[in-house]
Write a protein that binds this ligand. Structure first.
Ligand code: HEC
Length: 168
């Protein structure tokens, strides 16, 4: 009988150890069987994570700004017509850039984007025929957007907001 109990306990321990904590997320660091200080390896490496703090650099940031007048490999946007809509003289280019094929699929893609981004203000057929109230609501919002770009400390009148922003 005793053996049956022992076997039962063994089976329980086995089941818990195999299935018990599956999917559980532990927040504390794992137990180190071979601690780094005793068995140096490459488990812990001095490195800086993106957007982390660094005492090494004067500005306190781990990230380094790209060297001025350099472009990341593969990120050079040489084609002015495609990227800026300008020609070699810097004037607005005419027609579509060479790499662009205007076919039905391309236009449908444009329709899709227009419907998402432009239709609410410019209307279904681009005549701006949305409801009269909505038009004025849009005007109000566009004015607010313009204003938001030109805000200054003088615009903050709320006392609590002033304090939060460190204004006197
Ligand atoms: C928040 C509303 C809003 C959205 C969204 C919007 N527009 Fe406009 N758009 C306006 C307003 C308002 C004007 C008029 C601005 C003015 O005349 O000062 C305008 C003007 C224009 C003009 C100039 C029209 C002319 O006759 O001179 C073009 C072109 C245009 N929008 C294209 C677009 C496109 C393309 C999109 C989508 C990618 C878009 N707009 C999204 C509100 C909007």
């Amino acid at each position: 009988m005793r053996n049956v109990y022992l076997a039962l306990v063994f089976v329980c321990v086995l089941l818990v150890s195999i299935f018990g904590f599956r999917g559980t997320k532990f927040t504390s660091p794992p137990i180190e069987v071979f601690p780094e200080w005793a068995f140096p390896g490459m488990k812990l490496q001095p490195k800086l994570r993106p957007q982390a703090e660094s005492k090494f650099f004067a500005d306190g940031r781990a990230d380094r700004a790209p060297v001025e007048h350099t472009v990341m490999r593969g990120m050079l946007r040489e084609d002015d017509h495609l990227n800026r809509g300008k020609d070699a003289t810097g004037a607005f280019a005419r027609g579509f850039p060479a790499g662009v094929t205007v076919d039905l699929k391309f236009i449908e893609r444009g329709q899709d984007r227009y419907t998402i981004y432009c239709l609410p203000c410019h209307g279904m057929v681009g005549d701006g025929n949305v409801s009269i109230e909505d038009r004025w609501a849009v005007v109000a919002y566009v004015r607010a957007l313009q204003r938001a770009q030109q805000g200054s400390a003088a615009d903050v009148t709320d006392a609590a907001a002033k304090q939060t922003l460190g204004l006197k």
